[in-house]
Design a protein around this ligand. Sequence first.
Ligand code: FE2
Length: 177
Amino acid sequence: MNEKVLEIWPEINLIENSSLREKVLKAWIYAIENSVLTIKDLQTIPFSLLLKDCHITFMNHKRTAVQLSVDIAKRMKENFGDEIQIDMDILIAGAILIDIGKLFEYDKVDGKLTVSKAGKLLRHPFSGVAIADRFNLPPEVLHCIAYHSKEGDLGTRSVEAIIIHHADFVSFEPFKA
Ligand SMILES: [Fe+2]
């Protein structure tokens, strides 16, 4: 399973700290093993059930958000120098994990994807934190997951969470009807 997950998520290898990298990989393996979605599904289903005629896949959307997060952070470091501190490992781990809870938001009824009961009761920022916490991911990463979406508007985001939030939204908003 390790290789299969790394195939769809090559960005996991961008995490320099080996312990953090391992935790992110294990969390994704756990989520896939406990989801109705298969690795194939992740590569083919649209990234949101809410959008009509959306041909951007779940993995394309998620990988784009991670890659944009890295690009934005690099540019900010380059231009702002010591005025800004961005932890790249936290940023990459957080960006890779923000939607992991979505794997529990789906159900398959007669072969068709629907929103699961768990998905109706707990949006993915909450279930995502629960999954990541099982693998002892640090609070800085849990924060990125919890605050990446509109729920995070109520609090104060870390710089990593701000970057991820915007990278995620620019990969999503243009496709909204
Ligand atoms: Fe999300």
